[in-house]
Structures are given as C-alpha cells and as structure tokens.
Write a protein that binds this ligand. Sequence first.
Ligand SMILES: [Zn+2]
Length: 122
Amino acid sequence: MTDGELHERAQAAAARAYAPYSNFSVGAALLDRDGRVWEGVNVENAAYPLGICAERAAIGRAVSEAGRRPGDFEAIAITASPCGGCRQWLVEFRLERVVYTDNHGRIVTHAPDELLPDTFVL
Ligand SMILES: [Zn+2]
C-alpha cells in the first residue's frame, strides 16, 4: 500500500468521526507490518478533554484487538496535523513515517522524532 492510498483510507474514515462540538472530523489509517490497516477517527465528548484523537483511536484498536506493540507499524496517515500528545504516541510506537495533511492543505511525510524532537522517554 502506498502512502497515498493510506491517506485515502484516512480520508474515508474521517466520515465516521464523532465531532459534534468542533465539526472538525479527522481520520487516521495505521499500517502495520503485516499489511493490516487500522482506521481511527476523533471521538469528542461534551467534557472536551475526554475526547480522543483519530491516531490514538487507531493505535488503541491495534493494541486492543491484535496485541500490537511499538515497532509493529510502518506508517500512519492522518487527515490533520497531529497534536502534541499524539506526537508523543507516535514516537512511543516507533512508526517509520507519519503522513498527514498539514495546516496548508499539503500532504507531508515526517519521521516521528522530527515532529517531536528530544522526546520524553521513561
Ligand atoms: Zn491528537
């Protein structure tokens, strides 16, 4: 699967987002090393901090449903620039590539450590 195809999967997934407060639907498509794609969307809540971003939803699915772990993923495509908290997740799960629509509408690709340099590690 190409990064472009992965991004198309993310765009299609965004239609399922639950974003009644922001009306900002985000989709993510996470490609694991077995070729499986895990989709996620943002799920908002009236108590705003309780919402979850699309990329964390996708990673959560892969961990919950298949026991995936850091290093099991090749790439993720996201229909928006990942927030700071999600960048920490993307570093933790050691993705090779993060493909996303940036704030200018361009599809760009970065390594997670480019998005969050000098990352916190435990
Ligand atoms: Zn986020």
